[in-house]
Ligand binder design. Sequence first.
Ligand code: NAP
Length: 305
Amino acid sequence: MTKFRSESLTLNTDTKIPFIGFGTYLIPSDEAAAAVRTAIDVGYRHIDTAEFYHNEESVGEGIRAALKDISLSREDIFVTTKLWPGNPEWDMPAKTQEQTLVAARASLARLGLDYVDLYLIHSPHGGAERLGQWKALLELRNSKKARAIGVSNYNIAHLEEIRNAGLPMPDANQIELHPWSQKTELIAYMRAHQIAPIAYSSLAPLSTWRTAPDHHSAKTGEMRETDTTLTRIAVKHGVSEAQLLLRWGMQNGYPVLPKSTKRERMISNFDLDGFSLDEADMAEIRGLDRGDGLAWTGGDPTRAV
Ligand code: NAP
């Protein structure tokens, strides 16, 4: 049985990304330092943040506190952050190649780090600037400010745009992946081009997913259903549905990024090695795919833009 707790996936650049990461979206900056400090304390060695989350400074503070208190070194923690590419649909001009480099330096300064392990373009909303942004990321990898680089929320058309331009392909694509949104065609394409999938919003089918008043996700109610398959399989293995969802992602080969502000949940979301889903479970869960995702509220980031 694979022990994901201490396992990593090796990206193209030989960078090893730990399978279990800690997500920080919607953790406000006055709470992120403590949350990240706690996550590292309970065993997480992979932290995911973004310019858009407005918590990089606090995440960096939490990482530094943990390194000091637990006697770890920078190399022990895998840190991902993301470029906000702009989004003209939201009246945010797309960043140019030069502005992308400036934004990356600003993220590093806020995090208080010399490099990140993975730097991603957060979404394909850069439009005409998309390839320029990607060229900037290639520069960042060359100058060792990012050990690996990738994209997020890109579909096949966006990835083909990079390939058709004759540029090196991303090391990873971080996308919404859970039993209701399995994206089989995109995953097959990514596998064929050595682009590692990283799963976000793994816990979206849970009734507790983003239930705080300001954590609204427009499609949550719409997608919520009464199907009991996940509950039944979780009961069969004596685990929580959250643990089932996370193990499912990793058994498909996806690093996962569970977010919680609660220590007990952080612990159980990291405790995923005491059971394994069998072929029958995996086949049954494959049947739950509903194609669509639900994490983004402001338009579907996976369509060509
Ligand atoms: P998630 O980790 O799938 O789910 C988090 C939600 O589930 C929170 O409401 C949390 O509440 C609750 N939860 C956590 N553990 C639980 C448990 N064991 N039992 C019951 N409920 C539990 O959601 P996410 O934040 O959307 O995604 C994870 C990470 O992926 C993000 O934090 C971010 O780093 C990344 N992400 C990236 C993108 C992108 O566009 N690239 C988009 C979305 C997310 P509490 O906090 O109250 O525990």
